[in-house]
Design a protein around this ligand. Sequence first.
Ligand SMILES: [Zn+2]
Ligand SMILES: [Zn+2]
Length: 106
Amino acid sequence: MGIRRLGGKWLGRLSPGSSANSPDEAARRLIEQARTAKLPQGDYRKHSLAIHGQICAKCGREFDENNLHLLTVHHKDGNYKNNPPDGSNWENLCAYCHEDEHTRGL
Ligand SMILES: [Zn+2]
Ligand SMILES: [Zn+2]
């Protein structure tokens, strides 16, 4: 009697969706990890523009969609892998000011 019951529980545990659920969740986790761990360049740029605005932090030049490609994201600590979501390591600089920023110390 006891043995039969155990067998029934065992099967009952395995069958309901455990094999259907896990690959799905694994994939979801992978996607989420990729999203948060490695932000592709375009991603943090958009993010920084959204936080700091489409304006050069140095010369104050404003940008619109026609010349937005001239506005770049500078990493204050020089580490392009350091991308805190609050934008504290980003500075929006136009291409000229950005170059100036990087050549100044030399
Ligand atoms: Zn500038
Ligand atoms: Zn820079």
